[in-house]
Design a protein around this ligand. Structure first.
Ligand code: FES
Ligand code: FE2
Length: 348
């Protein structure tokens, strides 16, 4: 020990720091916005330590597949074009269908007989968000993507450049965001929450339902309830705030898609009804209380970034009273999304 007493310094605690997983997590992850991908658009993506091409067919379907043509490896998003519901490679004109199978090799006048196809990612769109399923073991989706929330009697503003936002190359892993849900103290210091008292009592902690791949986290009223759909997608329901009519209720998405073991892209959007008492309320852009809600959520989502970018991930934190119980539950729940954690559990 370096000190005269027997309390170790961080460097003396074995395995104290470092995110424990290197395999990219399993689940649904946001890769774009529906309003930013028009029919015929082709985009290059880099997620899950791999590269992808995303395009929208003329039939309206969004398609995400591995970036590289299975003929000679050209990147399909660099010069590739959409034809019908297919994508045509810029190198030798081979045409690939949305299922990743070859439709046409022009030099042969028909589909190639070479036994190759391109890996496709299951892709769905809900709430104006384009989701893909990622699984390092190539399993089919094990649970559905977050469901469409825009039906019913709510007249939410559209998801567009006014209600959606994002940040690229944020130094963080998706699980940091999920763990945030049970980090009560940080709501005070990072998010400037004034409703929680600085001294912790167990009644400040949320109710947790962690039985499946969707974690239900119910904060104490009148605060929000959250659903973590795996570690990549988070849906937060912000209620009406009693006595504070300017605090507009909303459904807020806060999604994190890993690029590699260091960086992630962060996406956020707000489903909110227009403030019909504010000037300019006839437009598509939020105004008044609706605008305040969007601006606040955008600020809150980025409030953690500087902490995450510069901290070390503590495998064995010096938990405060009650923290350990809730963090450990959350971390155990998250293990199901890392094939290597499960392999370890089976082995050991
Ligand atoms: S590399 Fe794509 S057609 Fe040859
Ligand atoms: Fe946070």
């Amino acid at each position: 020990m370096s000190m005269e007493n027997d309390v170790p310094i961080l460097e003396e605690i074995p395995d104290a720091v470092g995110f424990p997983y290197t395999v990219m997590p399993t689940g649904w992850f946001q890769v774009g916005w529906s309003h930013e991908l028009k029919a015929g658009d082709v985009r290059a993506l880099k997620y899950f330590k791999q590269q992808q091409v995303m395009y929208r067919g003329e039939d309206g379907q969004a398609v995400v597949m591995s970036a590289f043509c299975a003929h000679f490896g050209a990147h399909l998003a660099h010069g590739g074009r959409v034809e019908g519901c297919n994508i045509v490679c810029p190198y030798h004109g081979w045409t690939w269908g949305p299922d990743g199978r070859n439709i046409m090799a022009p030099s042969e006048g028909k589909a190639s007989e070479a036994r190759r196809r391109i890996k496709r990612y299951p892709t769905v769109e809900t709430c104006g968000i384009i989701w893909v399923w990622h699984d390092a073991l190539n399993r089919d989706p094990l649970w559905p993507a977050p469901k469409e929330e825009r039906g019913g009697d709510k007249k939410y503003l559209p998801i567009n450049e006014h209600t959606a936002y994002g940040w690229t190359n944020v130094t963080a892993q998706p699980q940091y965001v999920t763990e945030n849900l049970v980090d009560i103290d940080h709501f005070i210091y990072v998010h400037k929450n004034t409703f929680i008292s600085p001294q912790r009592s167990e009644s400040d902690y949320p109710e947790l339902d962690l039985d499946g791949p969707i974690a239900y986290v119910k904060a104490k009223p009148p605060r929000a309830t959250a659903e973590a759909h795996g570690v990549g997608a988070m849906v937060v329901r912000v209620p009406e705030f009693p006595g504070k009519p300017w605090r507009f209720p909303a459904i807020v998405f806060s999604n994190t898609t890993p690029i590699d073991n260091e960086k992630s892209d962060m996406f956020g959007c707000v489903l909110v009804e227009q403030d019909m008492n504010a000037e300019g309320c006839e437009g598509d852009a939020p105004v008044g209380g609706a605008l305040k809600r969007v601006e606040e959520q955008k600020l809150q989502q980025q409030a953690d970034f500087e902490i995450w970018a510069n901290m070390v991930y503590m495998r064995r934190p010096a938990y405060g009273r009650f923290e350990g119980k809730y963090f450990l539950k959350m971390r155990r729940w998250a293990e199901q999304f890392y094939p290597e954690a499960q392999a370890g559990a089976k082995a050991g």
